[in-house]
Write a protein that binds this ligand. Structure first.
Ligand code: ATP
Length: 285
C-alpha cells in the first residue's frame, strides 16, 4: 500500500513574541492559516526497517536532518515499529522561506505513517508527537486556521477566513529562524500584532478587519537585515494588495486580496522584480 499525502504551506496572519522563556524558547502567539501551495509526499512501505528519503530538491537534506525523517524515526522508536518506509518528497514549497515547508512534511509523514503502520493515533496524539520534531509541526497536523501559543505547539483551532487570494514573493535569500529570534529586541517593537482583533475578524469572517489586524514582530529583525524584503512589501502594496506582511521569520512576503483579477495584476507586477512569485488561494477553512 502506498500513501499519498499533501503537505500544505502556511502563512502567519499574526506573529507576536511575548517574552523569552527560561528554557530559551520564546513565548509566542501566532494566527496561522493553510494555503493552497503544497509539497506532495509518497510513503512506500519497506521490509528492511530503513527510513529512506527521496527528494526532488537538491538543497533539501535527504538524510537524518530531514524533518520527515526525524518524524518517521521518532514514530518507529516510540512504537517499536520494525517496518521501514521510503518517503518521496516532491518539494513545491520554497525552502527556508517562512512558509513552514519542513514542518508540514513532518506532519504529513506522521499522518501518513499513522495509516501505513496502523497506529490508531488521534489528532491530539499526533500533535504531541509532532511537537517533539518542531514547534510548527502541531499546527500542520491540525491544518486549517489556528492560534498557536507556547513555543508554537499549543493549538487552538479557529474558524477559517473568507476566501482570498495570496500573492507570495520570496527574495533569493534564505533566512535562519534561529538567527532572527536571537536578534529580536522586543524593546524595538513599536507596534504589536492585534491578535485578539484577528480572532474576532475570523469569527466574523470580515476580510477588511483581517487585513487591519495583521502584524509580525519578526519584521523588525528581517526587514532591517534584508532591505529587499521591505522593497517587496512596498511593491505588493503598490500593485494593489490589501494587506501585506512577512510570513514567519521570512524572507517570504505576501499580499492578500479578495479579487482574482487584482491578484493577477499584483502577480504580474511582482514578476518584474522577483523570480519566485506565487499566486495561490487561501485554504485554511
Ligand atoms: P520555519 O518557518 O518553520 O522555520 P521555513 O519554512 O522557514 O520553516 P523550511 O522550508 O521548513 O523553512 O526549512 C528550514 C530548514 O530545514 C532548511 O534549511 C532545510 O535544510 C531543513 N529541512 C529539513 N527537512 C526539510 C524538508 N522536508 N523540507 C524543507 N526543508 C527541510
Amino acid at each position: 500500500m502506498t500513501i499519498l499525502m499533501k503537505a500544505p504551506a502556511k502563512i502567519n496572519l499574526t506573529l507576536d513574541v511575548l517574552y523569552k522563556r527560561t528554557d530559551g524558547y520564546h513565548e509566542v502567539e501566532m494566527v496561522m492559516t493553510t494555503i493552497d501551495l503544497a509539497d506532495r509526499l509518497e510513503l512506500r512501505p519497506r521490509d528492511d526497517g530503513k527510513i529512506v528519503i527521496e527528494t526532488s530538491a537538491s538543497y533539501v537534506p535527504a538524510d537524518e536532518h530531514n524533518l520527515a525523517y526525524k518524524a518517521a524515526k521518532l514514530i518507529q522508536e516510540r512504537f517499536q515499529v520494525t517496518r521501514g518506509v521510503t518517503i518521496a518528497i516532491d518539494k513545491r514549497i520554497p525552502v527556508a522561506a517562512g512558509l513552514g515547508g519542513g514542518s508540514s512534511d513532518a506532519a504529513a509523514t506522521i499522518k501518513g505513517l499513522n495509516q501505513l503502520w496502523d497506529l490508531g493515533l488521534s489528532t491530539e496524539e499526533m500533535a504531541v508527537l509532532g511537537a517533539e520534531v518542531g514547534s510548527d509541526v502541531p499546527f500542520c497536523i491540525y491544518g486549517g486556521t489556528a492560534l498557536a501559543k507556547g513555543r508554537g505547539e499549543q493549538i487552538i483551532p479557529l474558524p477559517g477566513p473568507p476566501p482570498f487570494w495570496i500573492v507570495l514573493a520570496k527574495p533569493p535569500i534564505g533566512v535562519s529562524t534561529a538567527h532572527v529570534y536571537q536578534h529580536l529586541d522586543l524593546g524595538q517593537v513599536s507596534e504589536r500584532p492585534k491578535t485578539e482583533q484577528m480572532i474576532q475578524a475570523l469569527k466574523r469572517r470580515e476580510f477588511s478587519l483581517i487585513v487591519k489586524s495583521m502584524g509580525n514582530v519578526l519584521e523588525t529583525v528581517t526587514l532591517k537585515s534584508y532591505p529587499e524584503v521591505q522593497h517587496l512589501k512596498q511593491k505588493l502594496a503598490q500593485f494593489g494588495a490589501d494587506g501585506v506582511l512577512m510570513s514567519g521569520s521570512g524572507p517570504t512576503v505576501f499580499g492578500l486580496t479578495q479579487k482574482e483579477s487584482r491578484a493577477q495584476r499584483i502577480y504580474n507586477g511582482l514578476k518584474g522584480f522577483c523570480q519566485d512569485v506565487y499566486m495561490v488561494r487561501s485554504a485554511g477553512t
